[in-house]
Design a protein around this ligand. Structure first.
Ligand SMILES: [Zn+2]
Length: 286
């Protein structure tokens, strides 16, 4: 699947064609997927259609994103399958407060007793379990989860030898957070970026009463994301980076299929072009 197709899918997941669950969400979002190591201490522990990542450490682990509410048990099973203990997860992070990435956090938090760190802008969404802001789909409710600590832009969260940095990249949600992590793979230092989202996905861009600065936020976030040096691009929907294809190449013996320093730039180009088209569309409707 190419980037353009996947971006279109992400724009309106609820109305996308293809197999869907009873609630209207894509069936692959809650379909089990086998876990595996990506690079360094970064592991895929998500489902077929939604990424969750585990960063392992000697003082405990960090998990980024909980997936769908029904996805949390699958994420926990994947953590165990890799030989890690769910109780050793000490910190939970989130890319953004939407059902497909935050829906499973409440259960993960209850089962791990980990602390949840999130951007101030997404605190309300996470704690109410809603999308904050005007949208054409009215938001999609998910189990609310308490935020233990808010993080600021460029703040580094540390756990043992793990140091992961928050880049607040709002627009898709008010607290959309992209996380960056330095790792070492085969003696080679690499920058890993866990990309939040820059799709419009039903957001009202003009006259958004609950989020008036949304348009300017998106534009600033595109510029900010372009400046983040990235060797390994890890989005929260696996197909955006063809993780399944790269995993196949890895199992065939390719040493570093996940490393592509130009990939995030290409993704941002496609995402920004889709954004500009959506701005033009919404502008004519005003
Ligand atoms: Zn989203």
């Amino acid at each position: 699947m190419n980037v353009k197709t996947t971006l279109i899918l992400a724009l309106s997941a609820a109305t996308m064609a293809g197999a869907a669950s009873a609630q209207g969400w894509p069936a692959e979002w809650t379909k089990p997927a086998a876990p595996y190591r990506i690079v360094g201490n970064v592991w895929f522990v998500g489902t077929e259609g939604i990424a969750s990542y585990l960063i392992s450490g000697s003082q405990g682990h960090i998990v980024i994103d909980g997936g769908m509410p029904e996805g949390a048990p699958l994420v926990e099973a994947n953590i165990r399958k890799l030989g890690f203990k769910v109780e050793d997860v000490k910190i939970l992070l989130n890319t953004h407060a939407h059902i497909d990435h935050a829906g499973g956090l409440a259960q993960l938090k209850a089962d791990t007793k980990a602390r949840l760190y999130a951007a101030k802008g997404d605190e309300e969404g996470l704690e109410k379990g809603v999308h904050v802001g005007d949208s054409d789909y009215g938001g999609a409710a998910f189990p609310p989860v308490k935020v233990d600590r808010t993080v600021k832009d460029l703040q580094t969260v540390k756990l043992g030898e793990i140091a992961i940095t928050a880049h607040i990249t709002p627009g898709h949600t008010r607290g959309c957070t992209t996380w960056t992590l330095p790792v070492v793979e085969r003696d080679r230092p690499l920058n890993v970026t866990f990309y939040c989202s820059t799709s419009v996905a039903g957001n009202v861009l003009f006259g958004n009463r609950a989020y008036p600065q949304i348009l300017a936020d998106y534009q600033a976030s595109f510029a900010k994301l372009r400046a983040i040096p990235t060797d390994v691009f890890l989005p929260n929907h696996p197909e955006f980076a063809d993780l399944a294809g790269k995993r196949q190449r890895q199992t065939r013996g390719e040493p570093t299929p996940f490393v592509d320093p130009a990939e995030m730039g290409r993704f941002i180009d496609a995402s920004q072009a889709a954004f500009d088209r959506e701005v033009a569309k919404q502008e004519t409707r005003r």
